[in-house]
Design a protein around this ligand. Structure first.
Ligand SMILES: Nc1ncnc2c1ncn2[C@@H]1O[C@H](COP(=O)(O)OP(=O)(O)O)[C@@H](O)[C@H]1O
Ligand SMILES: [Mg+2]
Length: 375
């Protein structure tokens, strides 16, 4: 029965031919007895299993027991999912997450053929732009892709979440946009993720909207800085960036316009709430204007549903409505409302590093994988 070199789990070893009929069953072995009984019941039927159980105790040969031990030997680590009782909501959620995690573990994220430039935009505040920027960026970096996050929101929330200094004395994206400082001089590594670098925002950026107005090529400044940075990386032998994410302020000012001009793709996070679609038409109109006058290549490539509360019908309705309007853009992955996601920034972390096993991290990892696979 025991195959040479195969790892026999303890309960199978208990019933290997040499141990059969043993009378001194220890308390911890009772569980194993019950377990082997369960396996034999699964592989046969009730009455046969009873006979098999008796034969285990007596040490007699029994085909059902042989089969059960063989099953256990061949698959020593039975998947947790197979045995999970899904009859309660919590258990079914756990089973569902285990399944999703398992699926994710088989996914290897492809490198895009060219650097992908995405701006995360929505003119509403508090819809999850920054949260989406930092977590999708972190998920991709954790998968080994090279990522740059450009923080152009004067609040600097993305810089905070990524653990990068952004007090008033730090050289920042403000200096790049206004003082022609090379991006390479302000980019800082994210302390928790090897493949992630950040161009931080400082409070000075609050005045940049006004300062930009009178500048030459005021809408193109970020794009030029990014092009120059790509060349700098190449000349310095640094790996090519796979993704650049630009975290925008909620308003449509010159900072956001710079992001739209620098990007090729727009990622719109949509909060699953009643007013979700309100304001979206205005955002799409603005993007059309940008396409017409400043950046013909810009497309709304991705929409991500965020802060989804599975307990409400409203969230489900909003999600369905958004999917109906944008069937090709909305990712399958949905970001749930999650305490872990909201508390991660106060530890200067993303949820990917703060609590990688949480539902929130899982959802952002799925969203990032989908984004990467769609290309
Ligand atoms: N999925 C989520 N679950 C719970 N809280 C979230 C989630 N996404 C974002 N938040 C919280 O909502 C607030 C607004 O999110 P944020 O990403 O800063 O939005 P924006 O950048 O669009 O203003 C923040 O306090 C953030 O921590
Ligand atoms: Mg923000």
């Amino acid at each position: 029965m025991k195959k040479p070199g195969s790892r026999i789990p303890p309960f199978a070893a208990l019933f290997s031919s040499t141990n059969r009929g043993t009378t001194d069953v220890q308390p911890n072995e009772v569980e194993e007895l019950v377990d082997i009984d369960r396996v034999s019941r699964e592989t046969s039927g009730g009455a046969e299993a009873d006979l098999a159980f008796l034969s285990i105790l007596s040490g007699e040969e029994n085909p059902v027991v042989e089969k059960a031990v063989q099953t256990a030997t061949e698959a020593p680590v039975r998947s947790v999912m197979d045995t999970m009782d899904e009859s309660t909501p919590l258990a079914s959620q756990l089973a569902n997450e285990t399944r999703r995690r398992e699926r994710l573990s088989h996914r290897q994220l492809p490198k895009p053929p060219h650097t992908r430039y995405l701006t995360i935009s929505n003119q509403k505040g508090g819809v999850g732009k920054t949260t989406t920027t930092v977590n999708v960026a972190a998920a991709l970096a954790a998968a080994g892709l090279n990522v740059l996050v450009v923080d152009i929101d004067p609040q600097g929330n993305a810089s905070t979440a990524l653990g990068v200094e952004h007090h008033a004395d730090v050289d920042s994206i403000y200096d790049v946009l206004i003082n022609d400082m090379p991006l390479a001089d302000v980019v800082a590594p994210c302390p928790d993720l090897d493949h992630l670098v950040v161009a931080p925002a400082t409070i000075h950026l609050a005045g940049a909207e006004i300062e930009l107005v009178s500048m030459v090529a005021r809408e193109q400044r970020l794009r030029r800085a990014l092009d120059q940075y790509a060349k700098h990386r190449e000349a310095s032998g640094l790996p090519r960036l796979d993704y650049v994410f630009i975290d925008c302020p909620p308003s449509l000012g010159l900072l956001t316009v710079n992001a739209f001009v620098a990007a090729r793709e727009v990622l719109i996070p949509i909060q699953c709430e009643y007013y979700a679609l309100e304001g979206l038409s205005q955002l799409l109109k603005n993007i059309e204007m940008i396409q017409k006058h400043l950046n013909a290549d810009l497309v709304v490539s991705t929409i991500l549903l965020t802060m989804y509360d599975g307990r409400t019908n409203l969230a489900a309705q909003v999600a369905a409505e958004v999917r109906e309007h944008f069937p090709n853009q909305v990712l399958q992955a949905i970001i749930p409302r999650s305490v872990r996601i909201s508390e991660a920034p106060s530890y200067q972390q993303t949820v990917i590093t703060y609590d990688p096993n949480s539902t929130g991290a899982l959802s952002y990892l799925e969203a990032a994988a989908e984004l990467a696979e769609r290309g």
